[in-house]
Design a protein around this ligand. Sequence first.
Ligand code: HEC
Ligand code: HEC
Ligand code: HEC
Ligand code: HEC
Ligand code: HEC
Length: 214
Amino acid sequence: MSAKLAVLFLFMTVGFAMPVLLGIRQISDIQLPNWHTGYQPEQPISYSHRLHAGYLNIDCQYCHVGVEESRHATIPNLQTCMNCHELVQGQTEEAKKNISKLNEAWANGKGEGVTWKRVHNNPDFVYFSHMTHVRIATYVDDNGKQRTDETGAAIKGIDCLVCHGDMKKVGVGVQYQNLTMGWCLNCHRDQNERQGKLGMAQRAPVNACDACHR
Ligand code: HEC
Ligand code: HEC
Ligand code: HEC
Ligand code: HEC
Ligand code: HEC
């Protein structure tokens, strides 16, 4: 057993005893850092997904450049915003005011940019890769249908929607799912079962602890 896994087992043992010791009787008495459905911290600039990804229809990948190539989707730097906002200064008073904060941050230090508050936050002992889920995984929905493109052809990858909800309808980032181990495992079990029925390989890890805890 790897050292990391041993530490996890220790956590688990202590974890089970802890609620009793602390007198915690129901789930709502505790709040682990990433069990935060609906968590939407106020951000330094009231950036709107609704406007940019929805109305202006900018691709998620234009800003979250890592999403298909690496573990992390990544948050865009200020340069990405300034590609447009060096010209776009806003029409309404509200927009002008909000965009002037961008200009200020840009003038103050191009390298630093804006410090966005993190919304999702898996513990360090969890391995999750956007690349695998967004580009490589096959996703079969509860009607046994694979994801398709506009022409109806089956395509790979799990839509952001499944895990993040419809980001085209919100302002700043918001957490849509509780990032519990159960959430990961439930999807993995369902996918293996549905894909098995279609005669496909079952590749989502369920019992292999070290797939997610490396
Ligand atoms: C299978 C579920 C799943 C899918 C599909 C998914 N994400 Fe995520 N996303 C997560 C999880 C889990 C985290 C938290 C990761 C962490 O804390 O390490 C996350 C975190 C993020 C973050 C925060 C920054 C980061 O890199 O961790 C961004 C931005 C993001 N996702 C964007 C996207 C976009 C855009 C798509 C679609 C192209 C997408 N995600 C698809 C589960 C998913
Ligand atoms: C592809 C071009 C483009 C990119 C990239 C872009 N924006 Fe915008 N943004 C716009 C347009 C167009 C508007 C609408 C301005 C108006 O009111 O006429 C806008 C509006 C805004 C507003 C004002 C909206 C309001 O009602 O308060 C803010 C704030 C803003 N953007 C922040 C950002 C940030 C932060 C980024 C980078 C993460 C960014 N934008 C990237 C095109 C862009
Ligand atoms: C919506 C369904 C779904 C959710 C939610 C989901 N996964 Fe997966 N995951 C998959 C599928 C499907 C695969 C198989 C990918 C393939 O075809 O190789 C997979 C594969 C993996 C793999 C093996 C491939 C790799 O990247 O090394 C890991 C690790 C993994 N998932 C971790 C996680 C973790 C951690 C979470 C929760 C934070 C999670 N997954 C949530 C569907 C999901
Ligand atoms: C113009 C740039 C831009 C586009 C396009 C964009 N985002 Fe974002 N996104 C951001 C910025 C900036 C943040 C950090 C501030 C915040 O949380 O709103 C962010 C935050 C997020 C987060 C929360 C990150 C965290 O801290 O956990 C998720 C999830 C996310 N975006 C998903 C999406 C999805 C899905 C799409 C496409 C439908 C998309 N984004 C399109 C700029 C963008
Ligand atoms: C598909 C990915 C995945 C697999 C497989 C997985 N875990 Fe986890 N595990 C997670 C995630 C995500 C968390 C963090 C959950 C949280 O913070 O609530 C976690 C948390 C834990 C914790 C910390 C306590 C807790 O419950 O939050 C322990 C201990 C643990 N896992 C043990 C295991 C063991 C033992 C196995 C194998 C039987 C395993 N895990 C398999 C994703 C996985």
